[in-house]
Design a protein around this ligand. Structure first.
Ligand SMILES: [Zn+2]
Length: 467
């Protein structure tokens, strides 16, 4: 025992009412190796001490961590809390009770899979965020305010005017209050942790309006003056080129579209590799959101809805609807041509992750975001979809350590919360997960979650499940 430790032991680290997790293996991204047989002391909402206790634990609450792994709570950097997975607008309007039950359960569903922080990157319903923030058991909610786009560009062009101008008030144009500086000021006033902007060229046959580089540079500079990172929606070669020219802080979505791309192609063209190298060199955060594509494939995956984990995150009536013939509406819309399921699955799965594989293999700066839900699809359920994103990243070649780093410390740094989240260190919020399996062996370990500690409060996982 070192002299410093002896001093600490003499002074005593414990206080009555502390929560002590004993003899646990701490796995936290700031450390090169796990720390075995460790005691973690939690006082109130925070981690007070990490080490090997040499004093009696009388007067404290002890949680035995023998044979267990303790990791920081996960941070999903890309969710849409107000969007409903699985139901069309008309279906939702016809089933208000089912929808209400979904939103009541949703915060616990994120916790059920270990997400103690989520970032809503495009707030369209502030009242819903307020409700989640006020819920008894809910992840911490950060947000990027309302997303920023050129007037009448993506995604506001999906809505009829004038409704689109109310739903997406942070559009950019020459009218008063819509210069980059005004928009960022509004977002910052709302307490946001980031700015999310869109660069979506649309199909070559019918291109969408796009912001100029100068406008977006002004947006980025305004964001940086307020210490907010700029996350750019980009998924094509053209959009990723724009992200590099702009020097955005991160791309939301991997690079999965380039001209000449054929479903199933695994070889990246030289110009794609060159651009990815440039993103890596710039230290651009790469948030791949692999589930956007693989969840389309999952609409055609036999048995997807029979996985018992879906029943943990979706209320029974909601899940029953998804399993009914009417629940197949999005699959039918996606496959109007009636292609064989295998063909569609190949189109949305194979090759779409090749750029991520390339980036992960070369040590790029990976961020974690599941884009839940990316569409009105039951294949993007809250919490479980984040787990599937962890799995997809591993399957695409990232190591469990890279994935843990992305979903904890790297995301915490990106969103500016690393003084209170992202690692198991004294002073940080006690948002912690106790796992039965080793998360550095496989991301599947996150499904062996037993206990969630949320700001110092202990919740057994089963208590978070849908009823
Ligand atoms: Zn999204």
């Amino acid at each position: 025992m070192s002299g410093v430790w002896a001093l600490v032991a003499l002074a005593g680290v414990l206080a009555p009412g502390d929560l002590v997790i004993r003899h646990v293996t701490v796995v936290s991204a700031e450390r090169d190796a796990p720390r075995a047989d460790t005691d973690v002391v939690i006082r109130g909402e925070r981690i007070a001490w990490v080490g090997a206790l040499a004093e009696p634990t009388d007067g404290t609450t002890v949680l035995d961590g023998t044979g267990r792994y303790l990791v920081p709570g996960l941070i999903d950097g890309h969710v849409h809390l107000a969007a409903l997975p699985g139901l069309s607008g008309a279906q939702a309007a016809a089933m208000p009770e089912t929808v209400a039950a979904y939103f009541e359960q949703m915060p616990r569903s994120y916790l059920y899979f270990g997400f103690t922080t989520v970032v809503d990157v495009n707030v369209v319903e502030p009242a819903l965020l307020a409700r989640v923030r006020a819920a008894d058991l809910a992840p911490e909610v950060l947000d990027c305010g309302g997303g920023v786009m050129v007037a009448n560009g993506y995604p506001m062009l999906n809505r009829p005017a004038p409704e689109r101008f109310h739903r997406y008030p942070n559009y950019l144009d020459a009218t008063e209050g819509h210069a980059p500086e005004d928009v960022v000021a509004r977002i910052a006033q709302g307490g946001a942790s980031c700015v999310k902007a869109f660069y979506e060229p649309g199909p070559p046959s019918a291109p969408f309006p796009l912001p100029s580089l100068a406008t977006m540079q002004a947006l980025r500079d305004a964001a940086h003056r307020r210490r907010l990172p700029l996350l750019l929606h980009a998924n094509s070669l053209e959009a990723h080129r724009f992200a590099v020219a702009l020097s955005a802080d991160a791309v939301a979505h991997g690079l999965w579209n380039w001209s000449g791309f054929e479903g199933g192609a695994r070889e990246l063209p030289p110009e794609v590799r060159a651009l990815l190298d440039e993103e890596r060199r710039l230290g651009l955060g790469y948030m791949a959101t692999l589930r956007v594509m693989s969840s389309v494939a999952d609409l055609f995956t036999p048995g997807f809805l029979d996985d018992p984990r879906l029943a943990k995150v979706l209320p029974p009536a909601f899940l029953a609807f998804c399993r009914s013939p009417a629940g197949r509406w999005l699959a039918d819309e996606t496959n109007e041509e009636g292609l064989p399921s295998e063909q569609i699955r190949a189109l949305y799965r194979d090759g779409r992750q090749a750029a991520f594989t390339y980036m992960a293999g070369r040590g790029a700066r990976l961020l974690f975001g599941s884009d839940t839900p990316s569409d009105a699809t039951y294949a993007n359920p809250p919490g479980y979809n984040g787990f599937l994103e962890l799995r997809a990243m591993e399957q695409a070649g990232a190591t469990p350590r890279q994935i843990l780093q992305a979903a904890t410390l790297e995301n915490a740094r990106f969103f500016g919360i690393d003084t209170r989240a992202g690692s198991v260190e004294p002073g940080k919020l006690a948002n912690l997960l106790l796992l039965r399996e080793d998360p550095l062996a496989s991301t599947g370990a996150f499904d062996s979650l037993e206990t969630v500690v949320l700001r110092g409060r202990v919740a057994a996982r089963e208590r978070l499940a849908a009823r």
